[in-house]
Design a protein around this ligand. Structure first.
Ligand code: OTU
Length: 650
């Protein structure tokens, strides 16, 4: 859009830029800046329009974008141009991700390079390395309390190692995902240290208060994120003699985005890692970016404006780089992190599908797909050029973040149903084989989340202890069933390291005084390479899970209807144990797949009336992609075995 005021401002800024910036070949940069400048200026004005130094800050922002562009290497600039042309590249079914801890999986970054063949064997081609930046050794929150945003923790390696890894990944056609922890810093970050020493400039980077007056007002409406380990949202700092906002752990200081300097610093950091070769940046805890007294300080409109600004700026300097929104919020709020009223994502192109994750766990516990169907039906529409990150579990606790109203419509009291789920997954519910641990138990709200490895949560640990082959089989089937859903749903599936081998809970964290209070470490264990070896020994649990997932991943990549192009339709069935949806190739509507999952421990009948009205089962036999078997309907019914699924094609 051409807008007079912003273009005249742009011209003024261009005159003020440092002379060396003019000496570089900046053709693409200026085209993109021109295209995005109106949006950048409007957003900046909305957020910071009342500040006298607005223009100075705009100069600084544009300068940052230009300097990082000048640094961007030719091969990354080439990739930007290619991705601009082929802008839907990330919606393809060819991508399959995995999240892992560099040290726990492979020692360090060099070790990780050596382990890439394992990932490729499984079919993983998008690698999310959990945070690897410099953190204090003790209070690190698993890497989410960053001390230096531009330095790799020496235990993992160096920035050069990241660049080398990015180059290797590129050659293997694999994507690199890195974290940028945008919401807070470690209390040992230089900004926090200088704030503590009394420097006003850096106290203004955070929320710092003389006394409890303002903090108390904030507390009235702010929920607690880690009520057990870090109650409250403010921490007293002795050295400063002041209170500081710490929404997460007491050593994680929340950044104050009311200060434009903070935003510019963070955009600089985002572009720094874009320039090191990250294809995708995971922006941590984005729902929390804007704090407002009297509100829960989550999902505020300004948080969205900040993300739009970050995206617009990234598009000027590194347009090939995508953002993942990590916003573990209610189903209705999550989709807003793609950006509202748009076709293309104007905030983050990818968002964690925490709603699907929670709904899948509900189906595991209830052994039916009642709430799952309702939740999937009510999932907010995503934008055309945006996609979900579908996952069964991640490194965090599992929150039961489904919609209360959906729970009611499914016949549950939401509160009691959540209690049941927590009892089920912590093994308290009679007959439950799950071995989860309650996380973040909040007696004030009754809220609890769940820790535990996938295998232990679905009963594999208990089954192995009892040497109960039927129970082992059921656990394996559940693991495969859950993955069959995230692989076919539409979006990028994100596996969690260890899950493809059925790794169990690990209590090693209890021996570490800095981890023992945070039971999320029960499912963040060291990757057991001896166990991994067993993936090639026929009949082992590891082999049964690994080979099944490997096959599903390979099939997903070949199956064009699985690309995420708004081509999923949920099909209503009379059988509440089943989730049934169709996926259609947008280029060729005859190329389609009917996905049907049975979450019950008994075989279930799928009456084919509804699928038939959608063009499926016109012949009396279909092919299951996974087994290659012909599936014949009898009496208008297809039987789906217990805890199993079909990917059916004509
Ligand atoms: C994120 O978590 C990270 O994934 C956690 O590992 C960090 O501890 C946390 O941020 C702080 O950096 O903020 O938007 O249910 O889902 O803490 C969601 C709790 C987050 C997590 C929540 C999450």
């Amino acid at each position: 859009m051409y807008e007079q005021a912003s273009h005249s401002l742009l011209n003024e800024i261009l005159v003020e830029l440092k002379p060396e910036i003019g000496n570089f070949r900046l053709r693409h940069f200026y085209t993109r800046l021109g295209a995005n400048f109106y949006a950048i200026h409007s957003l900046f004005h909305l957020l910071y329009g009342d500040r006298p130094d607005l223009k100075g800050k705009m100069v600084k922002l544009v300068e940052t974008l230009a300097l990082r562009y000048i640094e961007r290497s030719p091969h990354l600039r080439r990739s930007d141009l290619e991705r601009e042309k082929n802008y839907n590249w990330f919606m393809s079914q060819k991508w399959v991700g995995m999240a892992l801890y560099c040290d726990r999986f492979a020692g360090d970054l060099k070790g990780l390079r050596a382990k890439l063949p394992y990932l490729q064997e499984l079919g993983v081609n998008m690698l999310h390395i959990m945070p690897i930046l410099d953190c204090p050794p003790d209070n690190s929150d698993g890497g989410y309390a960053v001390r230096n945003f531009r330095r790799i923790d020496p235990r993992f390696g160096t920035t050069a190692d990241v660049e080398a890894l990015a180059a290797t990944l590129k050659k293997r056609d694999m994507l690199l995902v890195l974290d940028v922890v945008v919401n807070h810093t470690s209390n040992e970050h230089e900004w926090a240290q200088r704030a503590r020493k009394g420097e006003q400039k850096y106290q203004d980077y955070y929320f710092v208060f003389e006394d409890r007056e303002i903090p108390d007002i904030y507390e009235e409406a702010m929920p607690e994120i880690f009520p057990v380990t870090s109650p409250g949202n403010f921490t007293w700092n002795e050295e400063m003699g002041k209170w500081v906002m710490t929404v997460f752990n007491s050593y994680q200081w929340d950044l104050n985005y009311r200060n434009p300097a903070v935003l510019i610093e963070m955009i600089d950091i985002i572009l720094f890692w874009a320039n090191k070769g990250a294809d995708i940046l995971r922006l941590d805890a984005v729902a929390f970016l804007w704090k407002k007294m009297g509100s829960a300080c989550q999902n505020e409109r300004e948080a969205h404006l900040l993300l739009q600004l970050m995206k617009d700026c990234c598009q000027v300097t590194a347009p090939g780089v995508l953002f993942i929104a990590e916003a573990i919020v209610s189903p209705g709020e999550i989709a807003k992190y793609f950006g509202e009223d748009a076709i293309n994502a104007k905030e983050c192109e990818i968002a964690y599908n925490a709603s699907l994750m929670a709904l899948l766990w509900d189906a595991v516990a209830t052994k039916n797909a009642n709430l799952l169907n309702r939740g999937v039906k009510n999932l907010p529409d995503k934008l055309e050029r945006a996609t979900w990150l579908n996952y069964v579990r991640c490194h965090d606790d599992i929150g039961l973040g489904f919609d209360d109203n959906d729970a009611r419509l499914s016949g549950y009291d939401p509160f009691l149903h959540r209690r049941f789920l927590i009892d089920y997954f912590t093994g308290k519910f009679p007959g439950s084989p799950a071995r989860g641990l309650p996380f973040g138990d909040n007696p004030k709200t009754g809220d609890t989340r769940i820790s535990g490895s996938l295998a232990s949560l679905v009963g594999l640990e208990t089954a192995l202890e009892h040497q109960n082959e039927d129970a082992i089989e059921a656990a394996i089937k559940t693991i495969v069933l859950l993955h069959s859903m995230i692989l076919s749903f539409g979006g990028i599936p994100l596996l969690y390291y260890g899950d493809a081998l059925g790794m169990l809970n690990s209590l090693e964290y209890l021996a570490d005084p800095f981890k023992r209070h945070d039971n999320r470490w029960v499912h963040r264990s060291h990757f057991d390479w001896n166990k991994a070896e067993k993936r090639s020994q026929s009949g082992t649990v590891e082999q049964r899970i690994f080979s099944a997932l490997k096959k599903l991943i390979a099939l997903r990549k070949e199956t064009t209807p699985f690309a995420d192009l708004d081509n999923r339709q949920l099909l209503a069935t009379e059988n509440p144990n089943l989730l049934v949806f169709s996926r259609t190739d947008t280029q060729n509507s005859r190329n389609r797949v009917l996905v049907a999952g049975n979450f019950n421990v008994e075989a279930q009948a799928l009456h084919i009336g509804t699928p038939r009205s959608h063009g499926f089962f016109q012949q009396d036999a279909m092919k299951d992609l996974c087994s290659g078997m012909r599936i014949v309907s009898e009496n208008d019914t297809v039987i789906i075995p217990p805890l199993s699924f079909y990917w059916l094609t004509d």
